[in-house]
Design a protein around this ligand. Structure first.
Ligand code: 5GP
Ligand code: ZN
Length: 136
């Protein structure tokens, strides 16, 4: 896609701190890291979200994310890591080219996902459960 910033990185039109690449995916450091070592893994072929990606591409992405995560843990001494992946503007996706965040974490790093814990009323769970299951 012409104006996509990550497509430009894939083509080398914009520089990146590249970590690893193969025929299908590449990984580079995020320019505005949550923590130092925060990396992105992207498919080289433009797709916007997880839904449009082919199975082989997704397999390649997640295996590369694991490989990169291990290397980042080794290099930074991080205690753990998050794999985050946003789909759609409402979810926080700013760059509309599929990407997986690999974020090294420390228990005292001050970063919080602000996880909310909601609840279901009465029959809400049952009807939603059936609706989702019928679409699988
Ligand atoms: P999103 O919010 O779409 O899930 O995350 C997009 C990520 O891409 C952000 O963390 C942002 O810092 C990163 N990013 C945006 N533009 C560039 C760029 O030109 N180079 C690199 N390396 N990262 C970028
Ligand atoms: Zn793109």
């Amino acid at each position: 896609m012409k104006e996509c910033i990550f497509c430009k990185i894939v083509k080398g039109e914009i520089p990146s701190a590249s970590l690893i690449e193969n025929e299908t995916v590449m990984s580079f450091l995020d320019i505005n890291p949550v923590n130092h070592g925060h990396a992105l893994v992207i498919p080289k072929k433009h797709v916007e979200t997880l839904i449009e990606a082919e199975q082989a591409v997704l397999e390649n992405c997640i295996l590369t994310a694991r490989q990169v995560a291990e290397a980042i843990l080794g290099a930074t001494g991080a205690e753990g890591f998050n794999i985050l992946q946003n789909n759609g503007r409402c979810s926080g996706q700013v760059v509309p080219h599929l990407h997986f965040h690999v974020i090294p974490r420390w228990s005292d790093d001050g970063f919080s996902l602000g996880w909310r814990q909601g609840r279901y009323e009465d029959n809400e769970l049952d009807s939603l459960l059936e609706d989702i299951k019928q679409r699988l």
